[in-house]
Design a protein around this ligand. Sequence first.
Ligand code: GLY
Length: 299
Amino acid sequence: MLVMLVHGGASSQVKNREARNQGILKALNEGWAILEGGGSSVDAVEAAITTLEDNKNFNAGRGSLLQLDGIARMDASIMEGEHRNAGAVAALEGIANPIKVARLVMEKTPHILLVGKKAKEFALHYKVKEMKTNTNKRTEYQEKALKKGGAIVKIYKEIFGTVGAVAIDSKNLIAAGASTGGILGMLPGRVGDSPLIGCGIYADNSVGGVSMTGTGEKIIRMTLARNINYEMANGYEALSSVKRALREMLISIGGEAGAIAIKKDGDFGIAHTTKYMFAGYKTETEGPYVSDRFKIVQK
Ligand code: GLY
């Protein structure tokens, strides 16, 4: 049973709807082509996320938001469900595809998470493509926010855009990944949920796989990806599991988030607490289907 899910971020508003829908479709098709050709779910997830990182309409890779000092520092992670191995990078600067670096951390090192300058050195050692997104030209908003120590970060909920993918391949292996430029108004050095295993992503072949988008500060406190997997392990369908975990977050601490999840039997679910979430799916019998709205979860 092949399943490919992709997301391009939860948000309270929609910008560039058509371009984003097309971007999701492209990522979905690229991931699907790998699954259909007998490739692995890890390859499919990496390919789908790479496509979104290369697309300026998404907040990851080339389209990453800048931190308040005018520099893009990106986070990404990938996990495979067979051995539950994982790799991640945080606060990575000047590299086009953080998801590729996360995969290298998973496959070439005994570690899970590399950060900052050393993560970049590691990426360059493996010849991952560089990019120039860093800028010293701060916007008026950034100047103001920086002076206030990030005090006006409250408007961050206006824009999200973490990208992610989850897939199950012909060998029934599950993989999940996420990549992000963070959130609007973040202090320099801030790291969100996306590189944290169990928070931004999770994969376990005996249960399922999950990738998150939304406010990292809330997702981390709820260890949301692991919570969704836990709900699936307890027998709930994928969609119910996503809805239950998101609702628990809303009731206990509030917050904006969305998730894509696949169960080991191919059952999948997509839901969000925000008004919009760009995402798409393809299975052997359905899709490719792309939309900016799926199940909206309320208190
Ligand atoms: N979910 C992305 C972030 O909070 O950085």
